[in-house]
Design a protein around this ligand. Structure first.
Ligand code: TYC
Length: 102
């Protein structure tokens, strides 16, 4: 065992690369059956959007097939996905929500 900081010891600066935690996009996918109004409610309830913003995002998903609901740390993104999927199942809608690394 070496003696820490013994006389004559040269301390080298350690190069520590600290990366910020990865962020994840929560993405809503289009389908043909979930009512538009239900999607608006989901965006308001789980992503704190006002009605106008929720309407815009819902229409984007409807027209383009997918749309971003928000950007979150991994655990928060995973919770949002679970909440949205659980809520949709509760009402028997096929709405799909996924997360992907940004
Ligand atoms: N395409 C659906 C309809 O016409 C509406 C919809 C929008 C469904 C967004 C899912 O993520 C979605 N009723």
């Amino acid at each position: 065992m070496s003696i820490p900081n013994a006389p004559g010891t040269v301390l080298e600066k350690q190069e520590v690369q600290i990366k910020p935690p990865p962020l994840y996009l929560v993405v809503l996918l289009n389908d043909d059956y979930t009512p538009m109004e239900f999607v608006i409610v989901v965006l308001q309830k789980f992503f704190n959007m006002g009605r106008e913003k929720a309407m815009q995002v819902m229409l984007k998903v409807h027209r383009e097939g997918r749309g971003v609901c928000g950007l979150f740390p991994r655990d928060i993104a995973a919770t949002k996905v679970e909440q949205v999927c659980g809520f949709a199942r509760q009402y028997q809608h096929p709405l799909q929500c996924v997360m992907e690394e940004a």
